[in-house]
Design a protein around this ligand. Structure first.
Ligand code: ZN
Length: 415
């Protein structure tokens, strides 16, 4: 298997198998994802092209909302750019020369060759270049949760962790050389903050350097690697040769799946190459033109791989804000269904459902992954109350329905 020298950021799965801890409780996301109705595939759509069912889409949208909020609070501006670009664009960026094996063949459209993009970097470089830039605008942080494509061989595809159509949480920071180290450190801090909120933890940090015989561009690799090394100061990490992107070294945050396979989720990269290729400039305080540095970074990697990891780590018992269903209303009998409907209408942003069929015990067991369940009997209806059960089986005393809903809304708010 070829090493991760690909586009931004390297999502290439590494074949190293780490020993899975014996009492590991991780689940295979492919099996659990289907059981929970999160995603599926169809041979007519094709391998490596999963579709998201409503519950999976709810998890994914909450994750995307979280990331966009985190980025907005951290000084990023969001953009949207197309998933296609002319072949010439990737000739300039270097992807055509260094990364073509992982790209889909060009499509001939009206005498032009269009390709599905293998990364978002070139589009963002052009957005930067779309007008003159002053040093006062730097660091300029451009973020996008956008589509990109990788021509993976069918033998390596699996569930959400190896796919052909990828939605990447990507961003590019255009900054002066003096600002690079602080930007890399800030990106690492965002990664730690996001992992805390998601309840996942890195297996290790990796400093990915170029190796022998790789298809790497010429450039100032040592300086970029030194910047990354100093941002990693104080964190345990391994330096690994042969894992860099073709245009620069990177910090990879590695995760391990239920089978003990290691892969890259998050990444921070320093790039002197693409600013040169796209002739990016800013006007400095000296009124002269200068070249910015490009920092590529992804906080949660691809949405697909992030959700695969969340399913495996939590076994479907997602943190409340990510749970596809956050509240289940369980009327004891048909007589309580109208009250349950009234409560459902007052749920607002809380993702809630009524489950009225089957024995109460079976319904409670079926909902064991749902953060909140409320059994609705005659007393609750008469008093206008809700009695809430938590996932661990503990119960909250009956309280006025509006108070219970307010607590649940607070508990499932996207952090
Ligand atoms: Zn990039």
């Amino acid at each position: 298997m070829s090493p991760a020298r690909g586009g931004c950021p390297g999502l290439r799965l590494v074949v190293t198998r780490l020993a899975v801890h014996e009492e590991s409780t991780m689940h295979d996301h492919r099996k659990l994802g289907r059981e929970l109705g999160l995603f599926d595939t169809d041979p007519l759509i094709g391998a490596g092209l999963p579709y998201w069912l409503p519950d999976g889409a709810a998890v994914r949208h909450s994750l995307e909302e979280y990331v966009r909020r985190l980025e907005r609070r951290s000084g990023y501006r969001h953009v949207n750019s197309p998933v296609l670009g002319k072949r010439d664009l990737y000739e300039i960026s270097g992807h055509w020369a260094h990364y073509r094996d992982d790209m889909y063949p060009p499509m001939d459209v009206g005498g032009e060759q269009l390709v599905l993009r293998p990364s978002l970097c070139p589009h963002h470089a052009l957005i930067y270049r779309s007008r003159g830039r002053s040093h006062r605008e730097l660091p300029l942080r451009i973020a996008e949760l956008g589509g990109m494509y990788r021509a993976e061989l069918s033998g390596v595809l699996g569930g959400l962790s190896r796919v052909r159509a990828i939605h990447l949480n990507d961003a590019h920071i255009f900054c002066t050389l003096d600002q690079v180290e602080a930007e890399v450190a800030a990106a690492l801090a965002m990664i730690r903050q996001a992992y805390d909120a998601l309840g996942i933890s890195p297996a290790r940090y990796r400093l990915s350097l170029p190796g022998d015989g790789g298809k790497y561009v010429a450039g100032n690799w040592d300086r970029a690697a030194d910047i990354l090394r100093s941002a990693l100061d104080g964190l345990p990490y391994d330096a690994v040769e042969g894992e860099a992107a073709f245009y620069g070294p990177k910090i990879d945050v590695q995760i391990v799946d239920s089978a003990g396979r290691e892969s890259t989720l998050s990444t921070v990269q320093v790039d002197f190459h693409q600013p040169e290729q796209f002739d990016l400039e800013y006007i400095g305080p000296d009124a002269a033109k200068h070249r910015p540095v490009m920092v590529h970074r992804s906080i949660i990697g691809s949405v697909e791989r992030a959700v695969a990891q969340l399913v495996e780590v939590h076994g479907g018992a997602f943190p409340g804000w990510l749970a596809p269903v956050q509240l289940r209303l369980l009327p004891v009998s048909e007589a309580e269904v109208p009250y349950a409907r009234e409560i459902l209408n007052r749920c607002g942003d809380v993702r809630a459902e009524i489950v009225a069929q089957g024995s109460l015990g079976a319904r409670i067991r079926d909902g064991r992954l749902v953060p909140f369940q409320a059994v609705i009997g005659r007393e609750e209806v008469a008093a206008g109350q809700l009695s809430v059960r938590l996932r661990d089986g503990s119960r909250v005393d009956a309280q006025p329905a509006e108070d219970a809903l307010a607590s649940i809304r607070e508990a499932v708010r996207v952090p």
